[in-house]
Write a protein that binds this ligand. Structure first.
Ligand code: TXA
Ligand code: MG
Length: 323
């Protein structure tokens, strides 16, 4: 089992020390937990890929304190970037820009670009200050599994890593991964929707494209099968849910909205009716559904189609693609 550390001063210093020494430590951010290594330690970055079982062509996000640090990792930081950073950093927005010369191949899977973001979680920020350099970190889950929103989720995904330090900073507030905005072409492209919405970005930038899952080759980690629970999961519109559940031969764990009837033998996991609340409990809900041991997961499709609902639906579609 990994080693849990309270995210107090001593814990944060221990994790920073580990990262500075070329090791790996998991830490909370406002979106999900990250599995962090120094951006400038290729061996540690390879260790992150090994632990996750992550395909070698899927690049990492470098976490930085602020725009000043981000500029050391990128080329072509322009007025758009400054406006975005002023409006949304620190926070759940990742920017993709041409990669700076100092960045090792291992930090970006050999690509010519790099993703950077400045997290707002106080523990992540303290860790970045204490580590005194950028931290590259994917979500701290086994590759392909749902992202972790608590330290216990991280521990559960890496039972065979006794040397892994996990900073316990409680539950991640946003609950879904950052919005990934690609700025390498003239027109910005959202590669992964998140809590910073397309509306937010268009207000600041003008036209912004949204990449669709099938055409997201430019962001390998956004390939369709991703963020998936460990058993078949199906999404069903509210109006058809009752009939669908009645046809099932086996009991299911059902992520249901408040007020929706879920009859035995099926087991309801109640989700929040508000987009942000739903996002916050989404991954914990999927893991809770797995923990019921029931052979199948059914998700009542939320009706919202704006703002953060788009990010929630993106994750739900990916979670149910095999079901
Ligand atoms: O909220 C988050 O972004 C969390 C926390 C820990 O910061 N991190 C996270 O990392 O979700 P990860 O590795 O699970 O997802 C990063 C996504 C992947 O889809 C990856 O392909 C994409 O960002 N990405 C990273 N660098 C890229 C690049 N240079 N070009 C295109 N896509 C990139
Ligand atoms: Mg991930």
């Amino acid at each position: 089992m990994p080693r849990l550390l309270q995210a107090d001063d001593a814990g944060i210093l221990a994790a920073a020390e580990r990262i500075r020494a070329g090791g790996v430590a998991a830490f909370p951010t406002e979106t999900v937990y990250g599995l962090g290594a120094s951006t400038f330690e290729p061996a540690a970055l390879r260790e992150v890929y090994r632990m996750k079982g992550r395909p070698g062509d899927n690049p990492l996000i470098a976490h930085v304190v602020d725009a000043v640090d981000a500029k050391r990792l990128v080329r072509g930081w322009d007025a758009r970037c400054s406006r975005l950073a002023a409006a949304f950093w620190p926070g759940p927005l990742t920017l993709i820009l041409p990669r700076g010369e100092a960045v090792p191949d291992e930090a970006v899977a050999g690509l010519g670009s790099i993703a950077v973001r400045s997290p707002m979680h106080p523990v992540a920020r303290s860790l970045l200050y204490a580590a005194a350099g950028p931290i590259s970190a994917p979500s701290a889950n086994r590759s392909g599994h749902v992202s972790p929103t608590t330290a216990a989720h991280v521990v559960a995904d890496f039972p065979l890593e006794p040397d892994l330090l996990v900073l316990d900073g409680g539950r991640a507030g946003f609950g879904i991964e950052s919005t990934v905005l690609d700025l390498t072409a003239e027109e910005p492209v959202i590669r992964r929707p998140g809590s910073v919405t397309s509306e937010d970005l268009r207000r600041l930038l003008g036209p912004v494209k949204v990449a669709h899952a099938v055409e997201q080759g430019a962001s390998p980690g956004t390939s369709l099968i991703h963020y998936a629970p460990d058993r078949p999961a199906t999404m069903v519109p509210s109006v058809r849910l009752g009939a669908f559940l009645a046809t099932l031969q086996e009991p299911a764990a059902v992520l249901a909205l408040p007020g929706t009837e879920v009859r035995v033998p099926h087991v309801a996991i109640r989700m929040d009716p508000d987009a942000q609340g739903y996002a916050r409990m989404l991954y914990a809900g999927l893991r809770e559904a797995e923990a019921t041991g029931l052979p199948r997961i059914v998700i009542e499709e939320p009706a919202g189609r704006e703002g953060v609902w788009l990010a929630v639906l993106d994750r739900l579609r990916r979670a149910t693609v095999r079901g």
